[in-house]
Each structure stands twice: as structure tokens, then as C-alpha cells.
Design a protein around this ligand. Structure first.
Ligand code: SF4
Length: 486
């Protein structure tokens, strides 16, 4: 068990891609011998320990480098329940040490050329560059500001290479006119509704098209999920293209789980070409939820915050991750998931803050069944002064039966259904679907009154037929609504 990183050592250290010179290999062995027992170091070669309260984030089974995923809980990691969520531990310790604001810096993905190699060489070079005497006097200074500045002079260039240059600042979108109908309605102050339509598991699109036609008049945009539960089905971009053909506006979801940095950038350029203007960036369910045989479960190339950072720079700076210029960059409205009931609301608020800084313009939250509990999270966002920088659409689902309610409560990461609601579903028996709708309408009623909420995101989980009724009975028909022909 590493001394400074709680939880058992889970994954082996990385090996370098190619054979290094003797000196570098010797230094790497020394670094591994010291940092292994202390931090459970995996030799990622892109060390972030100074930013992560000295707990190695590479022990997270998703390998995310910018904070807890939506499934994190105080008890354990949702991917491996035998050990704690590494990011929960990092946030917890950072708060205890008063270093929580350091967690806002958007940290880069791994540079795989450096993976498996040492970081101490980089640190030594940086110390020499700044001046060894200056570094020593700065670090032993009685002035805390001087100590922090010196620390940053040495470690910032190591953890933030020029190709990334991440920071903790807010980067507002550099355009004025809305790029999508969803953005236009939100900017106009309308209380909007979006809805998911499940992508099909076959190439037959009849049901997909009829579901798009069914919900289209009632919502501002339609989300197409990207292989939830890490289970393959029709891709989100293909369903988005189908929606565009049906004159509906899509929100294309992209799960980091299945993307490389090359694939991501190519996909958003291509999606723009197809007419996609709303993109939702997610980490995605862990590959451990996928049916067997499973793909790699211990690392992702990018996390959702890194995706936002890359896409915002493509859009606003016209630059690929590698720095190449894009003469005509795409314009899109960028969204992210938010999880009011995962881990601790203070921790989640930092994570949401970081997403807003990285480029998120709207949130679609995980399912909410407890409006009062959600307000605690919202208050944390208000304290971080981000409510005027992001639109929030609250995730709602009408429960269809008790089995669905129990499954969601027990199995879906970040979803919490209060006991009284579960009891109501149980008591309703054959009338459970009607009770589920009543519960959803009561929640909508409460949520609409909460300041800082800009709309709803309906996740009907295959029950798209309920969307028109839910929107109508909640009194949320959009402006200019025309009743579709029967
Ligand atoms: S809950 Fe999520 S963030 Fe936390 S260790 Fe597990 S995969 Fe990583």
C-alpha cells in the first residue's frame, strides 16, 4: 500500500515505448523505486502530484486526470468497489490542506512519448533554468506567496507543456450570435426542454425516425446517447445526421471512453460538416460495464474536461491540439454532464467549475429525483460564481415501474432516489407508470421554481412516447408550438 496514496495498488507501472539511454533508464528506475512505495506511482512520465494533493491520479481505473467522474462516491470507486475513488481522496485531502483551488487548473492528457520515462530530469532542468539558488531561497522563504511562486516556476512548465497551456481561468466563447436553436432559445431566456432518443441497435431506422418525429415538436433539441453502459449501438453522429434530415436539432453526445485525440478532433470536424451544432462531452460509462469481451478498462486517452478544452480551442482559436491552424474552424455550442448527487456537492462544484472554465456552455445533469438535494449542489455552484456562465438543464425521467426505479437507484452511478418515492412506486402496483409520471410532474413543478435552472433534459430511457404528455402536462410547450397531426 503506498504511503501517501490511499487504496491498494491496482495497476502496474507503464513501460517506455522505446529503449531509453542508460542515464535516463537509471534515473527512471530510481524515480520508480522512490515514488512507487510513496505514491503508487505508475511512471506516467507526466507527473501531476503537485496539483493532486500528492495522491497519484493514475490509480483511478478510468485514468481521468481532471477530477472525479459522475460515479464517484465517498465509499468507493464505482468501477472497482474494493477500493476508494482516488479522486474523492484527492479532493478530500486538498480541502483539508486548503489547496482546493489548485484543483481548478485544467490538466493535460498524457503525452505518450513520455509515458514510462522519468519526470525528475524535467524538474532538474527547470530548476537549473530558474536558477538553483533562486529556487532554494524561494522554497525556504518565510513568505508563503514567494514559496508558491517559486514552486510554480519550477513545476508549472513540467505539468503544463506548451502544447496544452492549461490554466484555472474562465474562457468565454469568442462568438456572439447563437450557433444553434438550442443556444438561441437559452440566450432568449426561455425555459427549454431537451430529450434523449435512444439510438437503435439495428440499422433499421424506422423507429428512430418515428421517435424523432414524435418528440420534435415538444423540445428544443434531441440528444443521442453515445453507447451508454459501454454497449455498442448506432453512433450518436449517425443518429444526429438522421435528425437533421428530419428537420430536428440534435445534441451529439461524445464519450471520451471511445475516443483518441485524433479520432475526437476528426469527428467534430466531420460532425460540423453534417450540420451538428450542439456537442455534449462526457467521460462515458466505464468499459467495465460493457458486455464481454471487454476493451481496455484501466485508461482513457482523454477525459471530458480535456475534450472541452480541445474543442473550445478548435472553435475559438482555430487550432488543433498539435498547434496546426484551422483556416475555417467549426462553430458549436458545447455542453457537459453534471452530477449533483455524486461524491460531495463541494467536490462536484469544483469539477463543474472546471468544466465551465474549460469551455462548457450548458450542463445536462444526471437524473434528479430530489429537488431539495439538488439545491445544495446549486448553492455550491453559486458560491463559485458560475451560474451566470452556464445554462443548466436538469435531468428528469418518468419512472415506468418499480424495477426500473430500483435499478436506477442501486446501479446507475450518481443517481439517488429517495425512499418515499421508491415506496410510492411499490405501492402503485399496476399503476406504477402513471405514478412515475405524477412524480416526474411534481419534480418539474419544484425544479421550475428554482433560480439558476434554465430547462429540463428528459431521459425517457426507451419510453419516448411519454415525452409529449410530460411536456404538455408540465405546461412546457415551446413558443409557437403547433399540435402535430394525429
Ligand atoms: S469513481 Fe470514477 S473518478 Fe473515482 S476512481 Fe473510480 S473511475 Fe476514477
Amino acid at each position: 500500500m503506498p504511503i501517501f496514496t490511499p487504496g491498494r495498488r491496482w495497476q502496474p507501472p507503464f513501460m517506455p515505448f522505446k529503449r531509453e539511454k542508460f542515464g535516463k533508464r537509471a534515473l527512471a528506475s530510481l524515480e520508480k523505486a522512490v515514488k512507487g512505495p510513496l505514491f503508487g506511482c505508475r511512471m506516467c512520465g507526466n507527473c501531476l502530484l503537485q496539483e493532486t494533493a500528492f495522491i497519484c491520479s493514475m490509480e483511478c481505473p478510468k485514468g481521468v486526470r481532471n477530477g472525479p467522474c459522475g460515479g464517484s462516491t465517498p465509499e468507493h470507486c464505482y468501477v472497482d468497489e474494493t477500493r476508494p475513488c482516488m479522486w474523492y481522496e484527492i479532493y478530500d485531502r486538498a480541502f483539508k490542506m486548503g489547496r482546493e483551488e489548485m484543483l481548478l487548473e485544467v490538466l493535460p492528457p498524457l503525452d505518450w512519448e513520455k509515458v514510462g520515462t522519468e519526470t525528475w530530469g524535467d524538474v532538474t532542468r527547470q530548476v537549473k533554468k530558474v536558477g538553483t539558488g533562486k529556487v532554494i531561497s524561494g522554497l525556504i522563504s518565510g513568505d508563503p506567496v514567494k514559496r508558491t511562486t517559486t514552486w510554480d516556476l519550477v513545476f508549472r512548465p513540467v505539468r503544463q507543456p506548451e502544447w496544452w497551456a492549461g490554466d484555472s481561468d474562465y474562457h468565454p466563447a469568442k462568438y456572439d450570435e447563437p450557433v444553434s436553436e438550442l443556444e438561441r432559445r437559452l440566450k432568449a431566456g426561455q425555459f427549454v426542454v431537451t430529450s434523449e432518443v435512444a439510438p437503435p441497435v439495428t440499422i433499421a431506422t424506422k423507429k428512430l425516425i418515428s421517435n424523432i418525429e414524435l418528440v420534435k415538436p415538444y423540445v428544443a433539441a434531441i440528444n443521442f446517447t453515445d453507447c451508454p453502459s459501454a454497449t455498442p449501438r448506432m453512433s450518436s453522429w449517425s443518429c444526429s445526421a438522421t435528425a437533421i434530415k428530419q428537420n430536428a436539432e440534435p445534441v451529439m453526445q461524445i464519450a471520451a471512453r471511445d475516443r483518441t485525440r485524433v479520432g475526437l478532433q476528426a469527428e467534430v470536424m466531420g460532425a460540423y460538416n453534417l450540420g451538428v451544432r450542439n456537442i455534449l462531452c462526457l467521460s462515458g460509462d466505464s468499459m467495465s460495464m460493457s458486455p464481454s469481451p471487454r476493451g481496455r478498462m484501466d485508461i482513457v486517452d482523454l477525459d471530458s474536461i480535456q475534450m472541452l478544452w480541445i474543442l473550445r480551442r478548435i472553435r475559438d482559436e482555430g487550432k488543433y491540439l498539435d498547434g496546426r491552424e484551422i483556416k475555417t474552424p467549426p462553430k458549436y455550442f458545447l455542453g457537459a454532464a453534471a452530477s449533483p448527487f455524486a461524491s460531495d456537492p463541494r467536490f462536484q462544484a469544483i469539477r463543474e467549475h472546471k468544466k465551465v472554465n474549460a469551455g462548457a456552455q450548458f450542463f445536462q445533469t444526471n437524473l434528479v429525483f430530489d429537488a431539495d438535494g439538488m439545491e445544495i449542489w446549486l448553492n455550491e455552484l453559486a458560491k463559485r460564481n458560475i451560474l451566470d456562465k452556464v445554462y443548466i438543464l436538469v435531468g428528469i425521467t418518468p419512472l415506468k415501474n418499480l424495477r426500473m426505479a430500483t435499478y436506477m437507484n442501486d446501479e446507475v452511478p450518481g443517481v439517488f432516489i429517495p425512499d418515499p418515492l421508491l415506496k410510492r412506486m411499490e405501492k402503485a402496483g399496476d399503476g406504477a407508470a402513471e405514478e412515475g409520471l405524477t412524480i416526474a410532474l411534481e419534480l418539474v413543478e419544484k425544479i421550475r421554481k428554482i433560480q439558476g435552472i434554465n430547462g429540463l433534459h428528459i431521459m425517457a430511457v426507451g419510453w419516448e412516447e411519454i415525452v409529449p404528455r410530460l411536456v404538455t402536462e408540465a405546461g412546457l410547450l415551446p413558443e409557437g408550438f403547433v399540435q402535430p397531426a394525429a
